[in-house]
Design a protein around this ligand. Structure first.
Ligand code: HEM
Length: 541
């Protein structure tokens, strides 16, 4: 083991040998150098964590400094908003980097060891197990989305009052309904049984498993939200996370384990009959459904692995999709011309909403024939990335291609064990890469003049070997719901007070709007029958 001085000398020699120059260092701040940590925590608490990175870099170092060392107490954090460096970390030199241990340690008590939390060989095993599951078109189950879209409409209709033909909803927050929808869709996709948080009356009765308490469908969403909030704070505290008492966190984790473990138990007991039984109980309309747990159990029978892998995917896929949906409507409500144009594309391609009729939406049409829909999704993820901050840790001494020396164009030496913060939002807001209107929501930037060809300045789904497995699923799922919304509602009014309040990035792992998605929706002609406003199956009885 080298002394501090020896290690410093070794690093200097190694940097010189590799032709590197040091990156600029941000001035230390606060008592014992903890100032930056507290500033960051405060900014996150005030729903402006991603913006703080830009403010600190621009303000302290200058707009043309994109890679910087941030000293915090006794460690040095590296921050880079340089696409070339991010490409090195995620792709060209990915072997030198992995998830930081504090990230895996923060997550594992809740979701166990799986694709999202593991490193090295263990991650390769998880990826090999989970990836083929996403290769099948079956997971784009549009019938399932339609059922949940109808449940969403039922929930939205609760915000309408007055005469039977009242077209406008009152002002309400749409965001929680998207979180319900995403939880319902994900639990159905993963376990076959939706929790039906949107409309609990839709829940089917669960079979009895001797010696196992039934899962708490009522509160699973709450446990996941609360558990995630703990993880976010523990993650931000980094190696000082032990300072946070965690009895409450353990309770949420136990409830989540019990929930997922129950379905695993059921699948292991019922074997191949799982889907048949599920269909008979009314959980699924037919047995030809894709259920991740069922498919995984054909490959492994290890209950802990099944529980952990499904929880890993649930965590990765639920809130991210919900937040994206929320942000899309958030921006549509503030940009009526975009809404009009997008609705035009939807109606031109797919026609109006016809109550009780199938949606006619096809997977390929959404993917290939809706350029403006794709532009709106891209732009939403640029202006409000659902994962606005990511990180990695260097496994060995390595080099970043740029950022050192007086002109910031020299390679930078990175010693083993260095944590790098990847500020996804800051990368997507650089005016020199995106133009002077980088801070403006303008989907046209993705379509006009051949469209912006984004490189590593645009990484809402990560990049390289650990890129999001659910990217296509998330895009299609979101597009489906937005299509149905725009068919059924012809106007989305911003109901936030004041209407021009600053955007708030509420960052609990995923980034959702801190002020919710306050809107009023206007039911279109097609959503109205002679007898009143048509709604989902539950209201049609
Ligand atoms: C808007 C929606 C989504 C966004 C923005 C998003 C974003 C991301 C990002 C940034 C990563 C990489 C994390 C890293 O580099 O450490 C990731 C990984 C992952 N995502 Fe997503 N995701 C979304 C939806 C989904 C959905 C719907 C699923 C599955 C149903 C999913 C499954 C996964 C999985 C399994 C990984 C881990 C991949 C690995 O480590 O090998 N994601 N996602």
């Amino acid at each position: 083991v080298l002394s501090r001085r020896e290690e410093k000398r070794r690093r200097n020699l190694e940097a010189a040998r590799r032709g590197c120059s040091p990156a600029p260092i941000m001035p230390r701040k606060g008592i014992l150098g903890f100032g930056r940590l507290f500033e960051g925590l405060r900014a996150t608490h005030n729903d402006r964590g991603p913006q703080y990175v830009i403010e600190a870099m621009d303000g302290e170092m200058g707009k043309d400094v994109h890679t910087v060392v941030v000293p915090i107490h006794d460690y040095e954090l590296l921050v880079s908003r340089d696409p070339l460096n991010i490409q090195a970390v995620l792709v060209t030199q990915a072997a030198d980097w992995d998830l930081s241990e504090h990230r895996t340690a923060s997550w594992e008590p809740m979701v166990g060891h799986g694709i999202f939390t593991s490193r090295g060989e263990s991650w390769k095993h998880s990826r090999a197990l989970i990836r083929p599951q996403f290769a099948t078109d079956q997971i784009n189950d549009f019938d399932m989305y339609e059922r949940h879209a109808q449940q969403l409409f039922v929930a939205i209709d609760r915000y309408r009052y007055g005469p039977e033909n009242q077209r406008w909803t009152r002002a309400f927050d749409l965001q929680p309904l998207f979180y319900n929808l995403a939880l319902d869709v994900m639990t159905e996709m993963l376990y076959g049984y939706s929790v039906h948080s949107q409309n609990p009356s839709e829940r089917v009765e669960l079979p009895v498993i001797a010696g196992h308490e039934p899962p708490d469908r009522e509160n699973i969403g709450m446990h996941m939200d609360a558990g995630k909030a703990w993880i976010e704070t523990r993650g931000a505290m980094w190696k000082y996370r032990w300072l946070l008492p965690s009895l409450q966190f353990q309770k949420h984790c136990a409830a989540i384990h019990q929930y997922a473990g129950w379905f695993v138990q059921l699948r292991l007991q019922q074997g191949e009959k799982y889907l048949d039984n599920l269909q008979q109980q009314g959980g699924l309309p037919n047995r030809d459904r894709y259920v991740l747990l069922h498919e995984l159990a054909k490959v492994t029978q290890d209950p802990l692995e099944l529980r952990s892998q499904t929880l890993n995917v649930l965590t990765a896929g639920r809130d991210t999709t919900a937040a994206l949906l929320g942000w899309i409507v958030y921006f549509l409500a503030r940009h009526p011309s975009v809404t009009k144009k997008l609705r035009g594309e939807v109606l031109y391609l797919l026609g109006p909403y016809v109550p009780g009729q199938p949606s006619r939406i096809e997977f390929r049409r959404v993917r290939d024939s809706m350029p403006y829909m794709n532009a709106v999704i891209n732009e939403t993820l640029r202006m409000a990335p659902v994962v606005p901050l990511n990180d990695r840790i260097s496994l060995r001494d390595t080099v970043l291609p740029r950022g050192g020396g007086p002109k910031r164009d020299q390679p930078v030496f990175v010693p083993a064990g260095t944590q790098i913060l990847i500020p996804v939002y800051a990368l997507a807001q650089r005016p020199d890469l995106w133009g002077p209107d980088a801070d403006v929501f303008r989907p046209e930037r993705w379509t006009e003049d051949g469209g912006h060809k984004a490189g590593f300045e645009y990484i809402p789904f990560g990049g390289g070997g650990r890129q999001c497995l659910g990217q296509q699923l998330a895009r299609l799922r979101s597009a489906y719901i937005i299509i149905r919304l725009l068919q059924r509602y012809d106007d989305i009014a911003n109901a936030e007070m004041p209407p021009d309040a600053a955007v708030r990035f509420h960052h609990t792992i995923e980034n959702r709007s801190g002020s919710g998605v306050q809107v009023r929706l206007h039911v279109s002609d097609c959503g109205v029958t002679k007898r009143g406003v048509a709604s989902g199956p539950a209201n049609r009885e």
